[in-house]
Write a protein that binds this ligand. Structure first.
Ligand SMILES: Cc1cc2nc3c(=O)[nH]c(=O)nc-3n(C[C@H](O)[C@H](O)[C@H](O)COP(=O)(O)OP(=O)(O)OC[C@H]3O[C@@H](n4cnc5c(N)ncnc54)[C@H](O)[C@@H]3O)c2cc1C
Length: 489
């Protein structure tokens, strides 16, 4: 019998999360023996693919859901928006260092400046946006944000949203330091570097089962096109996107008990018409419809993929029980366990607005989708726009008092002994992949982290520092990363 291959770390899934964790580990421990398994025939084909997500560098510069309005008309609380921006600055620092180290190639291949705007209609939201601006304008990480209610000024920032618009109460904020990011390109480049560093990257290989040996290490059962085999790894990271729930359930760790996944597919309208594309250089986010999940706020985006610029509008939600775009219709039914049935039922019962919203979305005709687009681009010509299906969002259903809650963030699940961890959830997603993977490292390598501070500090200079509380440092990091990534400061 052939000997079982042994690894220090097995990464399940070839998306941005596994790729980022692999690079972090190789930087702090070059000798680590790592393997990465991807079930599809290439990496970055699921949510990390550039056409399966919106490519926004989420820094809360424009997304209202990261800073909900106050209940009493006072200034909304900026703390969540600041926290997300801080996390994005960690990614910017890391990517800057990786460009300098030659791990990522030219910044233009994966990131560019695309201003971020918030655009709202109607007195109530105009008032909210004005107060949001007041709460953010002096925050160091939001430096340079502008606010206007004047259509002429807004037309200078985004002409398409003003042309043909009837007179109504509108307002917008504009901030130049926003970004459009190709997370697929980042994933591919990171994994290509890992391969050069001796990481065994195996595509078309699915991890079917996980079993823990008595000494704490894990056995991974694998199937490829023509074979089945097992390998052994001291530690396992389940970066399997929507399938993380299923694999963590198979691993049988108690920490996953009670969790579920609520899948929502995303659809976008896209135009490549150069005349239309040339008139819009921004990511414009607006207010969500009643009941819409926070990640479904409508936005009109400049997208650059493989050097070609397009515009996207969406997302429109779709109902689909798959947890991955290339997943199975049985994903949702087979994820139900005695321990999560109450959270599943309680989320279905408590989120009536969401259920109504989804039914409305699913039954929307193309004409109704174009009407939605015309709320942003009054003169939109339907002939310019085609509808396509992006990735599958697997939102977290979390056990909570009284049943369960639907959570819109990401959640790291780790076993008590730190030998296995996985990531559930989708938002703010790829933008914050670096800080989320640092969190994974601290759970999987609690005793080694302190010894890795020097190496980590070399790639994330302001590691552990709160930039927004230190205006001088915030300015320096924003300027340094803008220079390294060829972004507008
Ligand atoms: C519609 C939409 C819009 C989004 N917009 C944004 C945005 O604008 N900005 C942003 O920052 N984030 C956005 N996100 C979120 C972001 O795309 C994800 O957070 C991120 O790509 C997740 O990366 P991942 O590596 O965890 O998962 P994925 O990229 O999904 O990778 C998981 C991989 O694991 C593989 N896999 C699964 N099971 C197995 C198995 N058993 N064995 C082997 N391989 C397996 C899959 O094939 C896949 O390749 C969006 C997501 C969606 C769906």
């Amino acid at each position: 019998m052939s000997k079982i291959e042994r690894f220090d770390l097995a990464l399940v899934g070839g998306g941005i999360m596994s790729a980022t964790l692999g690079v972090l580990i190789k930087l702090v421990n070059p000798k680590a023996k790592i393997v990465l398994f991807e079930r599809l025939d290439q990496v970055a084909l699921e949510s990390s693919n550039p056409w399966h997500n919106a490519g926004t560098g989420h820094a809360a510069l424009c997304e209202l859901n990261y800073m909900p309005d106050s209940k009493d008309g006072s200034l909304p609380d900026p703390s969540k928006a600041i926290a997300i921006n801080e996390q994005f600055q960690v990614s910017r620092q890391f990517w800057s260092a990786l460009v300098a180290l030659g791990i990522l190639s030219s910044p233009e291949s994966f990131i560019r400046t695309v201003p971020h705007m918030t655009f709202v209609r109607g007195e109530k939201d105009v008032d909210y946006l004005a107060r949001r601006f007041e709460a953010l304008k002096h925050q160091p990480l939001f430096a340079g944000m502008q606010f206007s209610k004047d259509p002429k000024e807004i037309a200078k920032w985004a002409p398409l949203i003003i042309e043909g618009r009837a007179q109504e109460s509108i307002a917008a904020t504009f901030i130049e330091q926003g970004t459009d990011v190709d997370y697929g390109a980042i994933t591919q480049q990171l994994i290509s570097w890992l391969t050069k560093k001796g990481v065994q990257v195996e595509t078309s290989v699915e991890v079917n089962n996980l079993y823990q040996y008595q000494d704490g290490a894990w056995q991974l059962s694998l199937s490829g096109e023509h074979y089945q085999r097992i390998v052994r790894a001291d530690r396992v990271f389940v970066g399997a996107g929507g399938w993380a729930l299923k694999l963590l359930q198979k691993a049988g760790i108690p920490e996953i008990n009670g969790y579920g996944t609520f899948p929502v597919s995303g659809h976008f309208l896209r135009t490549d018409n150069p005349e239309v594309v040339a008139k819009h250089q921004a990511k414009v986010y607006s207010q969500a419809q009643v009941g819409a999940p926070p990640m479904s706020v409508p936005h009109l985006d400049t997208r650059v993929v493989d050097g070609k610029t397009s515009l996207l509008f969406g997302p429109f939600a779709g109902l689909n029980p798959k947890f991955l775009k290339y997943g199975s219709l049985l994903d949702l039914p087979l994820s139900i366990r005695p321990r999560n049935i109450i959270p599943y039922l309680s989320v279905a019962l408590k989120n009536f607005d969401l259920v109504t919203y989804l039914i409305k979305e699913v039954t929307k005709s193309r004409k109704q989708k174009i009407d939605g687009l015309r709320g942003f681009v009054p003169n939109a010509d339907p002939a310019d726009w085609t509808l396509y299906e992006a990735g599958q969002r697997a939102q977290v259903i979390k056990p909570a008092k009284g049943g369960g809650v639907l959570q819109f963030g990401t959640e790291v699940i780790a076993s008590r002994d730190g030998t296995i961890s996985g990531l559930l959830g989708a938002s703010p997603g790829a933008s914050v992949s670096v800080s989320v993977m640092l969190d994974v490292m601290s759970k999987m390598y609690p005793n080694q982290m302190a010894g890795w501070v020097k190496e980590l500090g070399e790639v994330i200079p302001a590691l552990g520092k709160n930039l927004n509380n230190d205006p001088k440092l915030a300015k320096k990091i924003l300027a340094d990363t803008a220079k390294a990534l060829k972004l507008k400061a």
